[in-house]
Write a protein that binds this ligand. Sequence first.
Ligand code: 4AD
Ligand code: MG
Length: 492
Amino acid sequence: MFRACSSLKGARFYSSLTVKSLYEHVHRTSHENISINGWIKSIRLLKRIAFLDLQDGTSVNPLRIAVPLTNNDEVQFLKNLKTGQTLSISNATWQNTPNRKQPFELQIKNPVESIKIVGPVSESYPLQKKFQTLRYLRSLPTLKYRTAYLSAILRLRSFIELQFMLYFQKNHFTKVSPPILTSNDCEGAGELFQVSTNMSSTASSYFGKPTYLTVSTQLHLEILALSLSRCWTLSPCFRAEKSDTPRHLSEFWMLEVEMCFVNSIDELTSFVETTMKHVVKACIDNQQELLPRQFVSSQEDSASSDLSVNQETQQIKTRWENLMNEKWHSITYTNAIEILKKRHNKILHFKYEPKWGQPLQTEHEKFLAGEYFKSPVFVTDYPRICKAFYMKQNSTPDDTVACFDLLVPGMGEIIGGSLREDNYDKLCKEMKARGMNKSGELDWYISLREEGSAPHGGFGLGFERFVSYLYGNHNIRDAIPFYRTSAGSIDF
Ligand code: 4AD
Ligand code: MG
């Protein structure tokens, strides 16, 4: 927060102010000689006055600049300005405008002198004032984040990251930086990107063994949790899965938490619920700053009308309020299968028949969270065979493990977590049964169970899925600046 009051100089830590800093000074008295930089969002030319909307990506609000036109040169100068151009503006004066849509505007008296065009645009600059569909915006990877809708999702992501960090810090978690290059396949699903150098054709030559980009940093976090008690990270993860869906990326970010001295899944899920609600509360408290006034439609192909603008903003606010105020549900996998079977047999068939012992499909997850519970729901205690080798086996006779997935409406799974098997013999037996650790490559992991082991557990949150869910955007490709998917190519 900037402190300047008599003038805005305090906000000027390098060459100019930001639009956000001006909004932070809304209730201050008038200022003169303001300099500001940004891109033209729109221009409106009337007979004696022109209005420029300037944006600089720091705020959901554009900056309105009023330019009284006193002679032909000025009219001509304003006529030549184009949407998308970069401007450097000086000598602007602050005007409070309490009766208008925006609480203040800047005024420029001598535009030919005070407006400098710093960067040009071509005649075909595509981001004109009309609404664009998301599908179209995705085809403009170098420009799309100049739109109010998509720049807001990046600011929201950044805000959420900070809120997690503050919360974990307050609760004695250490942020750690586990490696990206690894020799293990944490989830055992075989969806690995293998890494080699450009100096040799054999993938194993650099480190002397096959090396991969991490699919999850969990195994390393377990080592660190057994030193720090509580740790977390937000790291890129890589999965070479062939799923070309709005929920899958080849490169995504996972927020992972690992904590010692947790003895039940309930402890883990209530920690997750409290943590997430803390972040959602912060979003609610800062909604003015986070939610844009203009929405492109969440419909992939159709442009938005004013009606849906309001509806979309309202839907997001309602979602945040509900997330905060409702108790999230929790059911076992076995109960979930019963609910799904009833629906499958009585009303409408799913594409995949729900069967005990089979993973839940996305359609099942979406039904449970979106239609049945209409809220986030923890599904716990999946069959051992559906899940990864490291999960703690339940002492019940039903061959399940102490784990949970958090499912949310419209998106399905956003978190996977579990208690970790800390019994040396059970862990060895499970790995052997799965044909793992044949050459002792995970001996280091197993050995943790012999040296000061502790009951521990943790979870991984798909960061793009969470950001998209909060923003009411159902395609996680919009929640990461340069998305990598199985269907896409890497152009830059
Ligand atoms: O359920 P997953 O596979 O769990 C783990 O990797 C655990 N080792 C985490 C842990 O306990 N530390 O992945 C966790 C989450 C999923 O719930 C999903 O939100 C996200 O990561 N995720 C993906 N997000 C985008 N694209 C993909 N291809 C994803 N795969 C998983
Ligand atoms: Mg999972």
